[in-house]
Design a protein around this ligand. Structure first.
Ligand code: ADP
Ligand code: MG
Length: 278
């Protein structure tokens, strides 16, 4: 994999295990990747391959057994307490299910202002920042007094994106951000993420089981298989000419909006499976 001269995020030989100390089950077996400033790195792989675990390790939500995670040159592998809280200014997350991550009892206005209140931002400044974020994710001002349940999945994801961006982080972990949405809504949310990145220079670590989605937003793609990276490269190259049999399979399994292309991919996938079984 080509290395970036000054990566914003650098993960080196990362090992994460679940289970007990005496009986650990390793889930990441020494994963290394880099995300540059303003870059979108796609992390793809089938369900259970360890993608979310990697995102959680960067966010400090699971303990790291060995290896290092650096952010802007600083070792954050085991950051805790105050250090970890301060990192929230720079590293944010958008999950698949915004309904689960948005407090149903809070108004959208409070949801968006909360990260700023936590950071000690004054009310007037926070109000202005929230208003600007609404414009950027194209939600009208009248959403502020409403509750998450009043919105569609796509609108809720806009709210979650606005919340992630409101402190102007430098990196957002996007964990399957469009996987719960229908194809048309997926496309508009992906367009929005691309535009926000272009305007703000934020980096994305974009986790998805769908290579078709990743290919639309990401500059480079890392392919994960059972806790190991099997291929990293240019998004176009991996989707047009995957080197690894597993990447090929993932590509063919990814749903596409075009039914003809989808049928072709499905046929090719079945043929490959039959070939492997023979
Ligand atoms: N909290 C947990 N405790 C034990 N095992 C877990 C936990 N979270 C995930 N796993 C296991 O770790 C593996 C990787 O999971 P995950 O990172 O969620 O994969 P992905 O996001 O690629 O679907 C899976 O086998 C999953 O069952
Ligand atoms: Mg996951």
């Amino acid at each position: 994999m080509s290395t970036i001269e000054k990566p914003l995020l650098e993960v080196s030989d990362l090992v994460v295990a679940y289970g007990t100390r005496r009986e650990p089950t390793p889930v990441l077996h020494g994963v290394s990747l880099q995300v540059g400033a303003g870059e979108c790195l796609g992390l793809v792989g089938e369900s259970g391959s360890g993608k979310s675990t990697l995102g959680k390790a960067v966010l400090g939500l699971v303990p790291v057994a060995s290896g290092t995670i650096t952010f802007d040159g600083r070792d954050i592998t085991h950051a805790k307490g105050r250090d970890r809280r301060e990192l929230a200014a720079d590293i944010q997350v958008v999950f698949q299910d915004p309904y689960g991550s948005l407090d149903p009892l809070m108004t959208v206005g409070d949801i968006l202002a909360e990260p700023l209140a936590t950071a000690g931002t004054g009310r007037a400044e926070a109000k202005a920042a929230v208003g600007e974020m609404l414009d950027r994710v194209r939600l009208p001002k009248n959403v502020l007094d409403r509750y998450p349940r009043e919105f569609s999945g796509g609108q809720r994801q806009r709210i979650a994106i606005a919340r992630a961006l409101v402190r102007r982080p430098r990196l957002i972990i996007c964990d399957e951000p469009v996987s719960a949405l229908d194809l048309t809504t997926q496309a508009t949310i992906l367009e929005l993420l691309i535009e926000l990145q272009r305007d703000s220079g934020v980096s994305y670590l974009f986790v998805s089981h769908d290579l078709g989605v990743v290919r639309r937003v990401c500059h480079r793609v890392a392919v994960m298989y059972r806790g190991d990276l099997v291929e990293t490269g240019d998004g176009e190259q991996i989707t047009n000419d995957p080197q690894h049999a597993y990447s090929r399979r993932l590509l063919m399994a990814s749903p596409v909006a075009d039914p003809v292309l989808q049928a072709e991919r499905r046929e090719a996938w079945l043929a490959l499976r039959a070939e492997q079984a023979a």
